[in-house]
Design a protein around this ligand. Structure first.
Ligand code: GLU
Length: 285
């Protein structure tokens, strides 16, 4: 199998150095072994995506010297693929409707006793389907709902031991035990958008034959739930490499800074792609 990796930005802003680093990590890894490099535009969050950011991503990456396979997959054009995966999970009894607002979820988490459900971001949400009559009443009233993955149902579905023994391969670290309980009952279909990130990523990586996921270590936690989804959907699990994040001089993550300098800004002040590549530790284009 040809080594296949991808860079999967969301067009919700202009790319900065941190994105360039991540894109180059994947691109150069593929190039080193004559593998495939895919660019995927993760534009399902219609509340935040803007077409000018999409166009800018292509322009900035081309400036950086990257070449990718055409056509570029845009998630917004493949909603039926994610719907099919959602249907599969729903038919297996693995999802439940959640009518709670964000506020209600936070309140509920706040009330829960601290314990084994605690994840990297603090307490996580674990829920259950509503009683059938209440659910029906709310549906009739036209209340919006999200679909959440039930970890309890997933554990039962997997059988004896649940996800114990389910691992993902992290390059340089070997197998890591998947701990989806660190993220809780994640939303797989949002009230507003219809499909959520974890599901779309897992479906696309499988559909596109991605066998190496190279991305920032801020997404390491996501691998725990994504590995579970791969198991539930019968999809292959790629090898992962979660690379370090670039930090600014003040030690803050670039993405978190209000105004990390964008690649367009760098270009405008005369920085060349090769200069940036060298600064980030990569060979000339
Ligand atoms: N679209 C995600 C982001 O921009 C990345 C998803 C991934 O690499 O799995 O943060």
């Amino acid at each position: 199998m040809t080594f296949t990796t991808r860079f999967a930005p969301s067009p919700t802003g202009y790319l900065h150095k941190g994105h360039a680093f991540s894109a180059l990590m994947a691109y150069e890894a593929a190039r080193a072994v004559d593998g495939r490099f895919i660019l995927r535009i993760e534009d399902i969050d219609t509340t935040r995506v803007r077409p000018e950011f999409d166009a800018a991503i292509l322009e900035d990456l081309a400036w950086l010297g990257l070449r990718w396979e055409e056509p570029v997959r845009r998630q917004s054009q493949h909603m039926s693929d994610y719907q099919a995966a959602l249907d599969e999970l729903r038919e297996a009894g693995l999802l439940y409707r959640c009518f709670r607002t964000r506020r209600e979820v936070l309140d509920e988490i706040g009330r829960a006793p601290h314990g084994p459900g605690e994840g990297p971001q603090g307490q996580v949400f674990r829920g259950a389907p509503l009683p059938a009559d209440e659910e029906e009443r709310r549906l009739e009233a036209g209340e919006a709902f999200a679909w959440r993955l039930s970890l309890d149902a997933a554990a039962r579905w997997l059988g004896e031991g649940g996800w114990t023994g389910l691992v993902f391969q992290e390059e340089g670290r070997g197998p890591i035990q998947a701990r989806p309980e660190r993220l809780g009952d994640v939303v797989l279909a949002r009230k507003d958008v219809g499909v959520a990130y974890h599901l779309a990523v897992v479906v696309d990586d499988a559909l596109q034959g991605v066998d190496h996921v190279i991305r920032g270590e801020d997404l390491l936690e996501a691998a725990h739930i994504q590995r579970l989804l791969q198991a539930l959907l019968g999809l292959p699990s790629p090898a992962y490499r979660h690379h370090r994040l670039l930090t600014a001089a003040d030690g803050q993550r670039l993405a978190k800074r209000d105004k990390a300098e964008t690649l367009r800004d760098l270009r405008a002040r005369g920085v060349t792609a090769d200069q940036l590549r060298a600064e980030l530790g990569f060979p000339r284009a």
